[in-house]
Design a binder for this molecule. Sequence first.
Ligand SMILES: [Zn+2]
Length: 437
Amino acid sequence: MFLRLFAAFAAASAVLASAPATASLSRAEQRMTAVVDAEQERTVAMLARWVDQNSGTLNLEGVEAVGRMVRAELEPLGFEVEWIDMKATGRAGHLVATHKGNGRGKRMLLVAHLDTVFEPHSPFQRWVRRGDWGEGPGSGDDKGGMAVIVAALRAMHQAGKLKNADIKLVLTGDEEDAGSPIDLARRDLVAAGRWADVALDFEGLAVEDGKDMGSTARRSSDSWTLTVTARSGHSSGIMRPESGAGAIYELARIIDSFRRELPEDKLTYNVGMVGGGETLELSGDKVRMSATGKTNIIAATAVARGDLRALTREQIERTKAKMQAIVARPLPGAKAVLTFDEGGYPPMAPTAGNRALLARLNAVNRDMGLAEMGELDPERRGAGDISFVAADVDSLAGLGAAARGSHAPGEAVDIPSIFRQAKRAAILMSRLAAERR
Ligand SMILES: [Zn+2]
């Protein structure tokens, strides 16, 4: 009896000890992870070709060329691919690809982007592999993310898990510098978000202390301009009732009040540029000022430009109202106007639905034998395209590749993270496709 029990126990332990990390994956899921691994070199070679084609946001031909390269990967998988021209917004366009499944499972929207911050005049143009790192413009942000998508879809295709899946890909061509008007520039993305049940964003995977993190939220990004005008006059009369405080003291009062009165968790507000004097001119692109003035003249005008980043729409509205209230109590002789630029990025708030998606991804992690992913502090992430759909659909960000030095020469993608993320995405998407919508 003892022996039999012992033998059974020993056999069970032997099974446990020799069980692969994929013990909880179905046969098809194991097949998908095997395909991602078998195609590693093919995936890296594809990424290298994309990186070697410059696609700085303002290089419209380059962005379109990368669009054609990605199209060539998607059509053999059964996607119907459409190029949406966006010249009317001053940008190249977007690639929208649709895979028709059985119409019963969750509809998935995959978001990534074709463009990079590196224009043709940048010295940083080529892919260079250094062991596990792939250096190159957009290698991580976001061509690495597109490589994750293609590797995952190919794995689903070969395991027979793609045919039933209803998937739409929107690869924007202007994520790094959105076209204008923004309503037109994001029209197709927003429409795809309304169609979808789930949105997955393939921008960079966040890694903290060596641990992969889940991104359930991204903060908004808005820019503002504060314009102050005031009664001018001889400096000797400043602060007297008849002359007032001048524009620069009023500007200083306002931005210092912002600093003291606005603080809230997950909210930041930067003052990026100030100027003032007797005259002031702000350039059309709003990144240069030229001022004139004298020490003995009360400043007639002053301007400040800055940004505002928040976690929810309510937080944005509350903060904007506080800012306007501060602006509305000017010093004597001054008048201020605060405006917000068109084209801001909305927030992706950390909703229960987004957290439920991360829980799904963590079920995948457990079944793959990987550590669970914690929730990334949204202060650690910038704004992104997924925020345009996040109000309409449950969303998860950061499903792309891990990278270092994004947006600067030397940007490099962590190559093994592409495969890890492609396996996670393939399994997550095939499970979602099997779930009734
Ligand atoms: Zn990006």
